[in-house]
Design a protein. Structure first.
Length: 323
């Protein structure tokens, strides 16, 4: 098997990887703390904690002044590219991803906010997805280079179903900025001339609403998911306990049905019923009997279905009432 000489040298000297990574991390820290940049990242922390963008003048200036935004990125590029050239096997010290003609480099994150560099490539005549997703994320963007056209999709602010969607096109070119309220405004790329590079500031709600995916043609809701990443992680944990058959986890799952998001509570209830019928049915009846609970109607319907399928549960419920 052929091993590249550079990799062979790296393997023979383990310290070289540590030296390379230290150099890249030092470069990153120096860029963030440089005069003119430090205030931006200090305000990103405040913004991530809930301050309004207007209260963060250095951060907001990036999305009002192309020269300021470009200077921030050019400063990073001028410093880090020589380090990458000197240490080609070092890991880029930023979270990054590339998929389907879109690349994202996360420059910094604090609390619920993140500052990222986004690049779109021309991807040919790819048809639009028939659906569009709205997430509880506030976004501010400014085009740094290139040009392209975006479709801005807005939905009515009421809770009517189906949703009323409107679509308009916006040309994005160097210096063009855009702000979107994620639950009611979102965007998708319509076309790109070669490349389009954008600086993006995003902030997720402190208690994010569920993400909603609608069919563009008629506004029908086709999918809903928790907007909180922590809920998604907990749902996976709950499902895993169920697949493992951990009956000893039933009391914990029952406790989880009493607070938290409706998605997570319902998932915990389902798994609790599957693992321990008595514990799960007790939790189910408690929810069904509480008219103030947002899951009361769903719980009552499920309770009726279970009693119809398993009449012995009616007797069990009587013992609960007596207790």
């Amino acid at each position: 098997m052929r091993i590249d000489p550079a990799l062979r040298a790296l393997r023979s000297n383990p310290d070289s990887q540590r030296i390379a990574q230290t150099a890249l991390e030092t470069c990153k820290s120096g860029w963030r703390s440089a005069e003119g940049n430090a205030s931006i990242f200090a305000e990103l922390i405040r913004y991530g904690r809930g301050d309004e963008l207007g209260e963060c003048p250095a951060l907001s200036s990036l999305f009002a002044d192309l020269d300021r935004a470009a200077a921030l990125v050019e400063d990073l590029v001028s410093q880090i590219l020589p380090q990458i050239a000197a240490h080609p096997l070092g890991q880029v010290p930023f979270r990054h991803q590339y998929s389907g003609g879109m690349a994202v480099l996360q420059l910094a994150a604090a609390g619920d906010a993140a500052l990222s560099l986004v690049m779109y490539e021309r991807s040919g005549d790819t048809p639009h997805s028939p659906t569009i997703c709205f997430t509880d994320t506030e976004r501010h963007e400014i085009a740094l280079a290139g040009s392209g056209t975006m479709q801005i999709v807005r939905r009515n602010r009421g809770r009517r179903a189906p949703a009323e969607l409107s679509v308009s096109s916006v040309e994005m070119k160097s210096g063009q900025n855009l702000s979107l309220c994620g639950m009611f405004e979102t965007k998708r790329i319509e076309s790109v001339e070669e490349r389009l590079v954008i600086l993006r500031l995003g902030r997720t709600g402190a208690a994010p609403e569920p993400s909603l995916e609608f069919r563009v043609a008629d506004g029908e809701l086709v999918h809903q998911a928790s907007g909180d990443k922590r809920d998604s992680c907990h749902e996976l944990m709950v499902s895993l306990l169920g697949r493992m058959g951990r009956c000893d986890a039933a009391p914990v799952l029952a406790e989880m049905t009493r607070s938290g998001s409706d998605h997570l509570r319902w998932q915990a209830l389902r798994e609790c019923l599957a693992l321990d019928t008595a514990t799960g049915f007790t939790a189910l009846c408690g929810i069904a009997r509480n008219p103030a609970d947002t899951l009361s109607a769903n719980a009552g319907s499920l309770r009726a279905q279970l009693i119809e399928a398993y009449p012995e549960l009616a007797a069990f419920e009587k013992t609960l009432c007596l207790a």
